[in-house]
Design a protein around this ligand. Structure first.
Ligand SMILES: [Zn+2]
Ligand SMILES: [Zn+2]
Length: 89
């Protein structure tokens, strides 16, 4: 009885977070721009925010988790990313 009352009085998940999760579910399947695999993607900032990169389409690339890691491990160079970006246009 006490437990039920507690769970009613404070919700562990904030309202706005629930909306974000819903959005993620809706478009979680996308194509990785680097390896072309269909799956969950993440947005990578080609130019980091620290070096003046903006949250704009030209500065973002959608990549899968594995490729994203390779980018940050510098297995995939910035030049490679830019080449892929330019190929699309
Ligand atoms: Zn990939
Ligand atoms: Zn990144």
């Amino acid at each position: 009885m006490i437990v039920k009352n507690l769970s009613n009085s404070f919700n562990p998940v904030p309202k706005n977070k629930r909306i974000v999760n819903k959005k993620l579910l809706k478009d979680k399947k996308k194509i990785c721009k680097i390896c072309g695999r269909y799956g969950q993607t993440e947005k990578h900032h080609i130019k980091t925010k620290g070096s003046g990169g903006d949250d704009v389409e030209e500065n973002l690339i959608e990549v899968c988790r594995m490729c994203h890691r390779k980018i940050h491990d510098e297995i995939i160079s910035k030049e490679d990313i830019l080449k892929i970006k330019n190929r699309r246009k």
